[in-house]
Design a protein around this ligand. Sequence first.
Ligand code: AMP
Ligand code: FE
Ligand code: FE
Ligand code: ZN
Length: 275
Amino acid sequence: MIDLHLHTTASDGFSTPDALVARAQSVGLTTIAVTDHDTLAAVPIAREAARHLGLRVIPGIEITAVQRGQDVHILGYFVEPGDGELDQFLDAQRADRRRRLAEILDRLVDLGAPVAESDLGVDPDAPAARSVGRPLVARALVEAGHARDINDAFDRFLGHGRPAFVPRRGAAPGEVIGMINRVGGLTSFAHPGKLGLDALIGELAGLGLAAIEAFHPDHAAKDVEKYRRLAAELGLALTGGSDFHGPGAGRVDALGEVVLPVAEFAAFEARRSRP
Ligand code: AMP
Ligand code: FE
Ligand code: FE
Ligand code: ZN
């Protein structure tokens, strides 16, 4: 069983890389990709943990790109920490995340729902590789009694258009795809089902996009079929996974339930050798 979309505590997941690998093995996964938001920090740790368990770890990343003010997540695979251009880009992404987080915390003060930076569970001495995001703020809002649960925190404060929402600054999806391709990786358009940007996928296919993430907990069976057809039309492969963020992250606890069929993974991986 293959799952190409997993988060850890290196970004906004609530499972450490070690705990994630152990959990993946316990549900019967054999190939996993760690795809934290804008950081590769968990990749070497997960690899080491998986080595003894016979699991294959594909190095991955989920990069937040910006398309006319809207966040678009681009998954990158077969990328390694130390790929110079990518490392620099990710440093800038995480710097903008810290800028944005500080602005969000300021707004929450004005809104009468303050949370301190020390409540976010981010070690102040090791923040550089950790990629901070809104789920950490959401959890702190719940713990401070300002929200019922993580979804409530997004609905009332943090979601797009809500009062503590701060827009992101960043590269366009096409630029992100170009960069991943230059360092020898492959990209997939993450969970298109909820975005309403299907027309963009065709445009990105022309810029070197390799796949569409058809298998995802937010996709119903009809969405999977829709993206399978679109991928066939555009000559793209398919990827998929659970987008697992750990227990209690306010999302479906679907580890082991949403997987990528072996044949689809083989077709995706085969694109690595294309000129
Ligand atoms: P950010 O990286 O700060 O843009 O935060 C985006 C992340 O927040 C997504 O990757 C999800 O993990 C999470 N997220 C977004 N909306 C919700 C929601 N309604 N409930 C729980 N988590 C969410
Ligand atoms: Fe996330
Ligand atoms: Fe995402
Ligand atoms: Zn994700």
